[in-house]
Ligand binder design. Structure first.
Ligand code: SF4
Length: 495
């Protein structure tokens, strides 16, 4: 039985990062323990901090894990060193726990009861425990292909090979359907391949899951834009159901700031894709931060990914701009709200690697040289307010002071506007909602019969854990559509 006082005996201890001086010179993952033995020993102590709450807010509810991960159960199994049983419970709700363990900002930790008060020492390190169970499972050789015993004879096309598409494909393949995943890029993985930097999750983790999927019977076709290379008529003729997991990759641009047309200003994803392609061996990127003053506009996850990428490419300086004021930096700060976690300043490992973050500022003008290339940015202090009723955000200047900072490369990480325009959607007769998403009914089916949607394409740009949860849920819906019922889990419902 869990020790309800474990959190009083042991402090929260974050995973160990490689030294800054070492990691900025390579693309390998930031976190690395000395050895599997040291890693497991530490994680068993961390799991001991879990109280196995009667109502585990980490596990479900509005603030918990969308997958319904059985967190208290596997915490207790890890505490006892029962790694195989912990792996079994972890994989019962999550197809790709190493993706969430490495990439998810962990709403489960925000939901953990121990996050309520600074006196409790912070939430259980759930992410770290999850990633370690996953890694230990691979090391023990117990992550095996689960091949369906009976074939349904039904064929499903999944369009898009990001986390939502892969989760849907794996669930449907295991349910006995013949699944083909189409990817328009030359390699599989979607954002996991070309959006997430290697230093956050090395591609070997993705590749070994793809190998598992292949062994289970899923088929993959790369370099195929469905709607163009495979027409909708062909798609309809060959498949009994279609899952759209095409993401929400239309990046938000800055259409108002004077100077936006200057060379050297790019959307964040253009930069990240090229850097990831370089790591895959595709040669040097055109958008290269080496020897440049880099300014990243936008204070979120994508901005931090650009920040870390620019540091590794050898930027002269990296500055990240955020319109919002700097949040409290510690849980003891008087300004910290209650509960305190995670409403304190989010720092990413990239922020320890040099560079600067500026808060409460916005770009007034991009300044170019005679050749039309950006060379500086004029900044001004701003205040952001949001109308409580309409949700409309207003950004107002504060004072007249203008600050100029050097900028040879500017990366716009200011969000995504939704699904990209594509012929496939037109030919299916589907239109986008006002927020750029694809709508669906309670059964995840779009207005096109037999065509389902999941992940960012439905939800808008969101967390990897939501993508996997929606992928699992759409698989339940497709299985029901094809066979009349389903034993597959459906952890979430369409919003
Ligand atoms: Fe353990 Fe925190 Fe979940 Fe409670 S809320 S069961 S302490 S992880």
């Amino acid at each position: 039985m869990a020790d309800p006082t474990g959190f009083m005996k042991f402090e929260r201890e974050e995973p160990k990062k490689r030294p800054r001086e070492e990691r900025v010179h390579d693309w390998r993952e930031v976190y690395a323990e000395a050895s599997p033995e040291a890693r497991n020993k530490k994680v068993r102590v961390q799991a001991t901090r879990c109280m196995d709450c009667g109502i585990p807010f980490c596990h479900s509810g509005s603030s918990g894990c969308p997958l319904g991960n059985l967190i208290p159960e596997w915490n207790d199994l890890v505490r006892q060193g029962h790694w195989a049983a912990a792996s079994d419970r972890l994989h019962a709700t999550n197809n790709f726990p190493e993706f969430t363990g490495k990439l998810c900002p962990a709403p489960c930790e925000a939901g953990c009861v121990l996050s309520i008060s600074p006196a409790s020492g912070g939430p259980v390190t759930i992410k770290q425990i999850e990633a370690t169970i996953a890694e230990q499972s691979w090391e023990m050789g117990i992550v095996e292909a689960q091949v369906a015993e009976v074939s349904s004879g039904q064929r499903v096309a999944v369009v898009g090979s990001g986390p939502a598409g892969l989760a849907a494909a794996q669930q449907l393949t295991r349910a006995g359907h013949e699944v083909t995943v189409y990817e328009r890029d030359d390699r599989l993985g979607g954002l996991l391949r070309y959006g997430i930097p290697e230093f956050k999750m090395e591609k070997k983790h993705l590749d070994r899951r793809l190998a598992q999927l292949r062994k289970e019977g899923a088929r993959f076709v790369t370099g195929c834009e469905v709607g163009v290379d495979l027409t909708v008529e062909q798609l309809r003729a060959e498949y009994d159901a279609v899952v759209l997991a095409v993401g929400a990759l239309r990046g938000r641009d800055d259409t108002v700031t004077p100077g936006r047309e200057l060379a050297g200003i790019h959307l964040a994803m253009e930069h990240l894709v090229q850097a990831n392609r370089q790591c895959e061996g595709d040669g040097p990127p055109e958008i290269d931060a080496n020897g440049k003053h880099v300014v990243v506009i936008g204070g979120g996850d994508t901005g931090a990914d650009c920040y870390g990428t620019a540091s590794r490419q050898g930027a002269l300086s990296v500055t990240q701009l955020d319109q919002y004021p700097m949040p409290p930096t510690t849980r003891d700060d008087d300004r910290s709200p209650w509960p305190t976690w995670p409403y304190i300043l989010r720092t990413y490992p990239a922020h320890d690697e040099g560079g600067e973050r500026l808060f409460g500022v916005a770009v007034k003008r991009f300044v170019g040289d005679d050749e039309g290339h950006v060379r500086a940015i004029e900044l001004q202090h701003v205040r952001v307010t949001r109308d409580r009723e309409t949700g409309v955000r207003t950004v107002e200047p504060v004072g007249d002071e203008i600050e100029t900072i050097p900028a040879d490369l500017v990366l716009l990480a200011i969000g995504f506007e939704g699904v990209e325009r594509m012929r496939l959607l037109d030919d299916l007769g589907l239109s986008l909602t006002q927020r750029g998403a694809l709508s669906c009914g309670a059964d995840w089916q779009t207005e096109a019969p037999g065509v389902f949607v999941c992940g960012d394409a439905h939800r808008g740009a969101s967390l990897v854990v939501w993508a996997i949860a929606e992928g699992r849920s759409v698989a339940h819906a497709v299985d029901t559509y094809l066979t009349g019922s389903s034993d597959l889990p459906a952890p979430v419902h369409p919003t």
